[in-house]
Write a protein that binds this ligand. Structure first.
Ligand SMILES: NC(=O)c1ccc[n+]([C@@H]2O[C@H](COP(=O)([O-])OP(=O)(O)OC[C@H]3O[C@@H](n4cnc5c(N)ncnc54)[C@H](OP(=O)(O)O)[C@@H]3O)[C@@H](O)[C@H]2O)c1
Length: 326
């Protein structure tokens, strides 16, 4: 089978698409013919070696955590799925899954075939949910839902979403906008994109003092911040936009400890049925389909290089089986 192959820790320019043996499902696992897989910043963190102490990889490594496809084989003792079923969901490299204690091991979604653990991170794809949207949703969707739950947002609150045009923002902004006033960062054409997601105010953060601009517009401070982009001290600085007692939720790796800051982890905050909830939200029109840019598997190294620029709108999706996504 064709797979994206990472030969050792390094940038996407060192990755190649090569032939590898088809992975066989172990106990509790499924083998899936991958139709589409989406890219996440975690793919870059892991393959660059940035988190190698927490998530050591075995090479050659096949990246990719989020996929939609068709079940082709069932591993020993695996229950709840059948060959031929359409599925979508999340899986992580063994060291990641063991480190955070989640039943979600995959052999790597950026390949024609991948194994996934048949647990709460995998679900059946409803026929009306497109393959591309199903592949786009797992990581960002479960993290977005975790942000909504941990944020305990109240109707009418004013919330700033930093990094709104990206994958998680495409989930968080519409769900938040159903009950809160959403201020969002965005630049160029992304301003219209985040307005379309439901943001009331858009602040172009490039060349702007974001914190000063929020304080100018809301002198008493805002109720909450959802940070999807800033790291380190910049996260602490963003708490200056808050009213007394306001709170900041952050999904970025390396978010520093601070009394007003809550770090949200999609994987460890997962509730049973999260993938089904995400699918239902899209089919019920509560959650718009995220904007997607698609690439063929042969172009996956360039797609990951694009993701590394950190200016993605919505999601980058790799079409592994074009016939299955028509
Ligand atoms: N904790 C978890 O479970 C979990 C799960 C998934 C992801 N994450 C993390 O959450 C973060 C967001 O993930 P994602 O998938 O949404 O990423 P993404 O799709 O790459 O989107 C990030 C967005 O941030 C914006 N941005 C970049 N630099 C910015 C800045 N200085 N100020 C304001 N906006 C900026 C970009 O838009 P512009 O073009 O407007 O700059 C981009 O749209 C990443 O750090 C990721 O690693 C965490």
């Amino acid at each position: 089978m064709k797979a994206l192959v990472v030969p050792g820790y390094g940038p996407p320019g060192t990755f190649t698409v090569e032939d590898l043996p088809i992975p066989e499902p172990g106990p509790g696992q499924l083998q899936v013919r991958v139709a589409a897989a989406s890219l996440n910043p975690a793919d870059l963190l892991m393959t660059a070696g940035t988190v190698r102490e927490m998530v050591p990889l075995d090479f050659p490594f096949v990246p990719g955590t989020d996929a939609a496809g068709t079940v082709t084989k069932i591993g020993p003792g695996t229950r709840g799925f059948e060959v031929g079923e359409e599925v979508f969901g999340f899986g992580a490299p063994p060291s990641f899954a063991a480190g955070v204690g989640i039943p979600a091991v995959t052999s790597g979604a950026l390949a024609e075939y991948a194994t996934f653990q048949a647990g709460p991170f995998l679900a059946k794809r409803p026929p009306k949910l497109s393959v591309v949207t199903a592949a786009a949703l797992p990581s960002t969707g479960m993290t977005g839902l975790a942000v909504l739950e941990r944020g305990r947002f109240q109707p009418g609150e004013t919330v700033l979403v930093i990094g709104a045009p990206g994958g998680i923002g495409s989930v968080v902004v519409p769900l938040l906008a159903a009950q809160c006033v959403v201020l969002a960062t965005g630049t160029g054409p992304d301003r219209d994109y985040v307005r379309g997601l439901g943001a009331t105010e858009v602040i172009d953060h490039r060349g702007t003092d974001l914190i000063g601009e929020v304080r100018r517009r809301h002198p008493g401070g805002i109720d909450a911040v959802v940070n999807l982009a800033l790291t380190g001290e910049a996260v602490i600085a963003a708490t200056r936009t808050l009213r007394p007692g306001g709170r900041l939720l952050s999904t970025t790796p390396g978010t520093p400890a601070h009394p007003a800051v809550t770090t949200v982890m999609g994987t460890t905050d997962l509730r049973p049925g999260t993938m089904d909830t995400l699918a239902a939200h899209v089919l019920d029109g509560i959650l718009p389909e995220p904007a997607t840019t698609t690439h063929p598997l042969s172009d996956a190294p360039r797609a990951l290089a694009d993701l590394a620029q950190q200016h993605t709108r919505g999601k980058l999706v790799v079409i592994v089986d074009p016939a299955a996504t028509r």
